[in-house]
Design a protein around this ligand. Structure first.
Ligand SMILES: Cc1cc2nc3c(=O)[nH]c(=O)nc-3n(C[C@H](O)[C@H](O)[C@H](O)COP(=O)(O)OP(=O)(O)OC[C@H]3O[C@@H](n4cnc5c(N)ncnc54)[C@H](O)[C@@H]3O)c2cc1C
Length: 394
């Protein structure tokens, strides 16, 4: 048993933190206010190797393992607690792994170098209006005709639709390929957005993550090349579970990064704010809150690091992996939410101001409690299924 990172991982964290403090943190307020991550920030992230970080060197990535990718997620969210930049980063890091593992060589050569260069956004399109939790109910249809894949349907609450439509990019998309077969009749494909006939997007204004768009993809007879099929026909459900495991680990890591930053700011504030003639830090009631928040953060952090470590073992069929990742995805956003809420109280009225910036984090981490990359009850169901046995799952 060893709880420490390797020297290489520590050096990586140090250099990512320096990069984020210089190239992301100064723009964090503007990113949230203006509704966009400045293209220069995206390019700088690509230059550092952060975009599509898990993609191998052959396609321009760093080929990072998930522990390394989680370290970067923590540091990016620490610099932009709104989660916007972290979302851009982690959706690509999580789902491009799936693309590289199961996509065709032709599609990978075409798309992945654009992702690592920061010229294309790569997202995940799974949720439909009928409900995101029940993937088997996916109704967007895909059929094969004359060496083309033809898609009809729509996806909703999809992160990055404006970015993909404006700058270029697309989605690993889950579609129904055999309506008779339930979850065994799903497949995965790459759906381009910009300049793709039959594909249009609409944005939906969100309460947080202001710098990253979210919205609907309307797919009307979109014809895409056959080589955009990802993996085998009708095996999409299993790929989705694998992709979610990768992305959920990075979501949880990002929440840890944001919570860590906010807790540090809170502790500093308690030391310098004088009320009733002494620093707030002298009051036992607040000291207890510091200790409780530290434990909450540290427990979630350990779950996240364990999840990343298990992912790096590469055994996606291990049921303990699903349980460990669901636990991390359940614990980290909730811990971050509680910690940010409490630290806002330590700041009094100032905590409620836009200027303090804490509310950005509060709005951002809420997205992961509501459901981005999987709702909290679904995480509970995964854990319960592994503990109780599949015969008790719904
Ligand atoms: C900010 C944001 C960004 C997102 N980005 C993307 C994206 O990029 N791509 C994408 O595909 N999707 C995205 N989503 C959608 C996300 O994946 C879904 O919100 C999520 O899967 C939950 O689906 P739903 O919102 O339809 O809720 P529903 O599935 O309708 O669930 C509603 C509530 O019921 C609970 N629930 C559901 N089933 C059960 C059950 N069996 N037992 C107990 N409780 C249950 C859930 O926990 C939830 O609280 C995003 C969502 C948000 C908020």
């Amino acid at each position: 048993m060893d709880f420490s990172f390797t020297e290489k991982q520590e050096l990586f964290r140090k250099s990512v933190r320096q990069f984020c403090e210089k190239k992301i943190a100064p723009y964090a307020a503007e990113i949230d206010e203006n509704g966009e991550i400045p293209p220069g920030v995206i390019k700088d992230m690509a230059g550092f190797g952060l975009l599509g970080i898990t993609i191998s060197g052959k396609y321009g990535g760093l080929g990072a393992d998930f522990t390394t990718a989680a370290i970067a997620a923590e540091e990016i969210a620490r610099a932009d607690i709104s989660m916007a930049t972290a979302v851009y980063y982690l959706v690509e890091a999580g789902w491009s792994h799936l693309f590289e593992k199961y996509g065709t060589e032709e599609a990978k050569r075409e798309i992945l170098p654009l992702v690592t260069k920061g010229d294309h956004f790569l997202g995940i399109a799974s949720t439909e209006a009928t409900g995101g939790s029940d993937i088997a109910s996916t109704s967007t249809l895909m059929e094969k005709k004359n060496r083309k894949l033809i898609l009809n349907g729509s996806k909703t609450y999809i992160s990055g639709v404006r970015e993909a439509a404006k700058y270029g990019g697309g989605y690993v998309t889950i579609v129904k390929t055999d309506p008779e077969l339930g979850h065994k009749g799903l497949s995965f494909c790459y759906l381009p957005v910009k300049d793709q006939p039959g594909v249009t997007v609409k944005t939906i204004k969100q309460m947080g993550r202001g710098g990253m768009s979210n919205g609907i993809i309307i797919i009307n007879n979109a014809q895409i090349p056959e080589h955009y099929l990802i993996g085998e026909w009708n095996k999409g459900f299993y790929y989705a579970m694998e992709g979610f495991n990768c992305a959920r680990t990075l979501v949880a890591a990002a929440c840890i990064g944001a919570a860590q930053k906010v807790l540090e700011l809170g502790i500093e504030h308690l030391k310098v704010r004088n009320v009733f003639g002494s620093p707030l830090a002298k009051f036992e009631g607040l000291q207890f809150q510091v200790a409780d928040n530290y434990i909450k953060l540290e427990s979630a952090r350990l779950l996240v690091h364990k999840a990343a470590w298990m992912l790096d073992s590469g055994d996606f069929s291990n049921p303990d992996l699903n349980k460990a990742i669901a636990a991390a995805k359940l614990a980290a956003p909730s811990a971050a939410f509680d910690i940010i809420k409490e630290v806002m109280m330590w700041f009094g009225a100032y905590g409620y101001t836009r200027e303090a910036g804490l509310e950005r984090g509060f709005r951002g981490v809420t997205s992961y409690i509501v459901g981005a990359e999987g709702a909290q009850n679904i995480m509970r169901s995964i854990i319960a299924r592994e503990l109780l046995g599949k015969e008790f799952s719904t």
